[in-house]
Design a binder for this molecule. Structure first.
Ligand code: MEV
Length: 307
């Protein structure tokens, strides 16, 4: 008899520490409410359909998503799943779409087999992410699983801490261009860090210091200081070749329209920028970017009660 199961997962934006997190430095990420939902049926042959991303694949197809599905199902020890996915985020834009897909499919596949185990989901998502990234830190699938605002340090298991904020803040997420390959970006970052020798290590320490300073600034909801840290983090990433002219221009437009600070988010080389704002200026920044034909949306992060 065919059994069904569903699973969902969050997309994410990286506030601080992308790339340096691959080297064991801390990062701060925010899960988005939007993400993906998967419905799995226990039937053969294994297949995956994501209509919003124009994907209709079988497990053995010569396609990176099919190879990721194969890795994921092998990790789960499941070989009879057909999955239909509803995606509410763009693919390949630096918003963690591949990790959200992996987590949602793993959850749905397990549910169709009356199983539910976060360790199995994390291991399967990591196997899937390795197909795309080679050396993923594990941050993307961790946020896809937990949501929220969190500090993450890679490890087995990773160190994950939910963070508080003293007041609400808003982010404008602007999709500037198609994203570049995360694997290519990660290996280019590593090449540049290695080429800089001791200076490369000191630059990695700078990323860490930005994260360390951002946590109390988030607790105080000091948007002015956080904006400076956004700009500094973007500057470091740009100096290490992770930005593009279009990402830099979008950051500057957002700052000129009133953002406290702006930076690329995710692997860079294209994809999205995020601009830090309060609720009023977020609307203005979003309208300004849309006027420049940059598709944008606003994320409001509410401060948890009691903080
Ligand atoms: C990609 O969303 C984040 C990177 O730091 C890669 C990773 O953490 O695996 C660029």
């Amino acid at each position: 008899m065919t059994a069904t199961g569903t699973g969902s997962a969050n997309a994410k934006v990286l506030l601080f520490g992308e790339h340096s997190v691959v080297f064991g430095k801390p990062a701060i990420a925010l899960g988005l409410h939007a993400g993906v939902t998967a419905t799995a049926r226990s039937e053969s042959p294994c297949a995956l359909r994501v209509p919003n991303w124009n994907l209709d694949l079988s497990r053995n197809d010569d396609h990176p998503v099919a190879r990721a599905l194969d890795a994921l199902l092998s990790s789960l020890g499941i070989d009879d799943i057909a999955c239909e996915v509803d995606a509410h985020i763009p693919a390949g834009a630096g918003l963690g779409s591949s990790a959200a897909l992996a987590v949602a499919v793993a959850r749905a596949a397990l549910a169709a087999h009356n199983r539910a185990d976060n360790n199995d989901v994390a291991a399967a998502a990591m196997a899937s992410e390795r197909v795309f990234h080679g050396n993923p830190s594990g941050l993307d699938h961790t946020v896809a699983m937990t949501g929220g605002l969190l500090r993450f340090v890679r490890g087995n298991p990773p160190h994950v801490q939910q963070l508080g904020t003293g007041a609400p803040f808003s982010l404008v997420v602007a999709q500037v261009a198609a994203g570049a390959s995360t694997a290519v970006q990660v290996s280019e970052f590593a090449r540049r860090i290695a080429g800089l020798g001791a200076t490369g290590s000191r630059l990695l320490d700078c990323f860490e210091q930005i994260v360390d300073q951002a946590i109390p600034a988030l607790e105080r909801a000091d948007l002015g200081e956080l904006g400076l840290l956004f700009d500094a983090n973007h500057g470091l990433l740009a100096g290490l070749g992770m930005s593009t002219a279009a990402l830099d221009v979008a950051c500057q437009k957002a700052r000129n329209a009133g953002a406290y600070g702006a930076k690329l988010t995710g692997a860079g080389g294209g994809g999205c920028v995020i601009a830090l704002a309060d609720a009023d200026s977020a609307e203005v920044i979003c309208d300004t970017l849309r006027t420049c034909s940059i598709s944008s949306f606003i994320v409001h992060h509410a401060a948890p009660a009691g903080l």
